[in-house]
Design a protein around this ligand. Structure first.
Ligand code: 5GP
Ligand code: MG
Length: 481
């Protein structure tokens, strides 16, 4: 097993107080499948009898029929979809994790990435702890196991107070369903409620829509929320001046039909498209197309603002998995062609604005440019609804190392030539931030664009070439003076 800590991003879902808990979690995970396709799992609790079903692959691959769900009895359940690039894609890393603690069983599902795990893991191991996986999430289980508190809530508060980094976490015990979110609230996590008073917690609110639950509120930064038959209680375990929500969740990762702070991501993406059109107009364009599905809404925003017709110039094959996670470059390049087919009738002899949500390695656009030209497109003007991605993410996005990012060491003109298009424009950091809610106490992590990592990362210093700038609270105080 690799000793490198697994980096992953995920979808998590939990239900308390519903006879069909496991089935609801299963359906909820279906609407969160975009957050991870590498493994899936559900743990249910039938009082203090826990049942666990996990496996590699998508939900449909792991839960092949109703029989597999029937074994997951009980009025509460939690589930997890994982998506990873770093670390091993191993059986041992499948979540939810399960553990027998001193006062009873718990299951844990984690989304995000902890950043102080090496030292913690080492000191736990020196103390005799045995790890079964390479996930950082297991550290939380060990910290809970070591807590002197005789309540799961106390154990959880103690554990999450001792880890740093991004975590949107759900824990199930026989007494309650718990949610914990780091003080910077990198990853989303929301609470929902059924008309009958059952509770749900999920990475994104689109999971509630599917199961007929109402979106109640987000889990507050730096708090543990506890739900059971007695209702909802929350406890703050850490304070931060403002959040560092991952702005890339809004650009790409979350579904546009999910809500954050009560507002649809769809709205933020349209604003990104609007600002992009103002910042980088394409005056001789005949049509605007998206790269479905991830840039659809940004493209609509661009088309509206520029009064240019939105067209479907690319048809996506929905039966092909994400090109991004194909293991080799050759497969990845083949994948783009498998996934998209240009519509000649729409594109021929047209000057086309292609709105894309992001460029990571540049593979998608490089291949698409050739495809669109072969279909007769005249000029290609690519507009990207986020800034150039130049730095790796240590808080849960699976961006590759710096040398694989196309924007590393290249300016926009060099990137334009590399992908082979007639013009290229990226949304600025300022305009990206102007497209997302700006409220008191809300701030965003833009480290992948700027290299400003809000909290220190053990790995960052070791990886070559990472410009690692940690802005301490002290620096910020100095600036204010
Ligand atoms: P590239 O081909 O440049 O490496 O990746 C860019 C494409 O991948 C864009 O179409 C974007 O929508 C998508 N993308 C960006 N970030 C991610 C990610 O974290 N995972 C996956 N699967 N796709 C991504
Ligand atoms: Mg895309």
């Amino acid at each position: 097993m690799a000793c490198e800590t697994l980096r992953h991003h995920c979808g998590v879902m939990g239900v308390w107080g519903d006879e069909n808990a496991a089935e609801l979690v299963y359906h909820g995970l279906y609407s969160l499948q975009h957050r991870g396709q590498e493994s899936a799992g559900i743990v249910s609790a039938d009082n203090d009898r826990f049942h666990r079903q996990i496996g590699m692959g998508t939900l449909a691959q792991v839960f092949s029929g109703p029989a597999t769900l029937r074994e997951l009895a009980g009025r509460s359940a939690i589930g997890h979809n994982r998506y990873s690039t770093t670390g091993s894609a191993s059986q041992y890393n499948i979540q939810p994790l399960y553990a027998e603690l001193r006062d009873g069983p718990v299951a844990v599902a984690h989304n995000g990435n902890l950043v102080n795990t090496k030292k913690l893991r080492r000191s736990l191991q020196e103390d005799g702890a045995i790890f079964h996986s390479t996930t950082d999430s297991e550290i939380i289980v060990h910290l809970m196991a070591r807590s002197r508190s005789d309540q799961v809530r106390g154990k959880l508060v103690e554990a999450v107070s001792n880890v740093q980094g991004a975590f949107s976490l759900i824990v199930l015990s026989d007494h309650a369903l718990y949610a914990a979110r780091d003080p910077y609230a990198w990853r989303p996590l929301s609470i929902g409620r059924s008309p009958d008073g059952a509770w749900a917690i999920a990475s994104e609110t689109c999971a509630f829509d599917l199961i007929g639950y109402e979106y109640v509120q987000d889990v507050e930064p730096g708090t543990v929320a506890v739900v059971n038959d007695g209702g909802l209680e929350t406890e703050r375990f850490a304070e931060a001046e403002h959040t560092y929500h991952c702005v890339f969740e809004h650009v790409y990762f979350s579904r546009p039909d999910s809500r954050v702070g009560g507002e649809y991501i769809d709205k933020f993406r349209r604003k990104m498209g609007k600002h992009l059109s103002q910042e980088h107009p394409a005056d001789d364009a005949d049509i605007v197309i998206s790269v479905p599905d991830s840039s659809n809404t940004a493209a609509l925003g661009y088309a509206k603002e520029s009064s240019t017709k939105f067209e479907m110039g690319l048809i996506r094959n929905h039966y092909v998995g994400r090109t991004f996670i194909q293991p080799t470059q050759t497969m990845r390049e083949m994948g783009v062609k498998l996934k998209f087919n240009p519509v000649g009738g729409v594109l021929r002899d047209r000057n086309v604005v292609v709105v894309e949500d992001s460029i990571v390695r540049g593979t998608t656009l490089h291949k698409l440019a050739a495809l669109l030209r072969s279909a007769g497109a005249k000029e290609l003007h690519v507009r990207v609804s986020c800034p150039p991605i130049r730095y790796p993410c240590y808080y849960g996005m699976d961006f590759p190392s710096r040398d694989e990012l196309i924007a590393t060491g290249r300016d926009v003109e060099q990137i334009r030539r590399q992908i082979g298009v007639d013009s290229l424009g990226y949304l600025s950091v300022e305009n990206l931030l102007a497209s997302v809610p700006q409220k008191h106490g809300v701030g965003y992590c833009t480290a992948c664009f700027t290299g400003d990592y809000p909290i220190p990362v053990e790995d960052a210093e070791e990886e070559t070439g990472t410009k690692y700038r940690y802005r301490s609270a002290r620096d910020e105080e100095d600036e204010e003076d």
